[in-house]
Design a protein around this ligand. Structure first.
Ligand code: 13P
Length: 247
């Protein structure tokens, strides 16, 4: 079965030149990728340029963060309605770098999830455990509390058809990818916890996904695609991961 979604999270990387070059390569290859959703999340200053380059094509645009409030005196913040206004479809919320480096706790992440919905954006909710938590056998408890914070604020159905990215923190930017079996086990757990009736979430795996390990991960029954960091900065690598999602 074709996987459903591959998203590139560029983090704080890029330039106008890189946006132009990368998106030209992606757009040219996009017709061969019908069957898998593809999206890129460049830094805020490049969103408008990216939106213009992607307009009318199948590759969707996302942002990496948003404010809780829609507007107001919040110096330095960028709101959901602004992201929608410049052409974003997705927004990442709760990335582990935001949780660890910018003090975003489960409640704030849940508020951002709600703000994204209110603005008409599709949030990509990131969850994942630290290495010490995995080693202590706490993985499911940690993931459950991250999911439950969103359910508590946004309602019991809020994640039933959401996009959720399982990103074990120990696998992000480390080259230490989760095994396909480790990813599958957590994805299954997430699906069982938040699915409701026929509604089921799209669950992406993130953390050191590369062209040579993508197919093994995507072959798992509950892995619906990937959230790609470093490899999304190299168009050929990102495309190769997107192609792995097709097979
Ligand atoms: P890497 O693919 O660089 O490990 O990053 C994963 C990630 O954090 C995507 O959001």
């Amino acid at each position: 079965m074709a996987r459903t979604l591959v998203v590139g999270n560029w983090k704080m990387h890029g330039s106008r030149q890189m946006v132009a070059e990368s998106l030209a390569v992606l757009s040219a290859a996009a017709p061969d990728l019908a069957g898998v959703g593809v999206a890129v999340c460049p830094p805020f200053p490049y969103l408008q340029q990216a939106a213009a380059l992607l307009a009318g094509g199948p590759v969707r645009l996302g942002a990496q963060n948003l404010a809780v409030e829609p507007s107001g005196a919040f110096t330095g913040e960028v709101s959901g309605p602004m992201l929608r206004d410049v052409g974003c479809h997705y927004v990442i919320v709760g990335h582990s770098e935001r949780r660890a480096l910018f003090g975003e706790d489960d409640r704030l992440v849940a508020q951002k999830f709600r703000a994204a919905h209110l603005a008409g954006l599709q949030p990509i909710l990131c969850v994942g455990e630290l290495l010490a938590q995995r080693e202590a056998g706490d993985t499911e408890r940690v993931i459950a509390s991250q999911l439950d914070a969103v359910l508590a604020l946004c309602g019991d159905q809020a994640l039933a058809d959401a996009v959720i990215a399982y990103e074990p923190v120990w696998a992000i930017g480390t080259g230490k990818v989760a095994t396909p079996e480790q990813a599958q086990a957590v994805h299954r757990f997430i699906r069982q916890r938040v699915g409701r009736g026929d509604a089921t979430p799209t669950i992406l795996y993130g953390g050191s996904v590369k062209p040579d390990n993508a197919a093994g991960l995507f072959a798992q029954g509950d892995v619906d695609g990937g959230l790609i960091g470093g490899a999304s900065l190299v168009p050929e690598q990102f495309l190769s991961i997107c192609r792995a999602a097709l097979s």
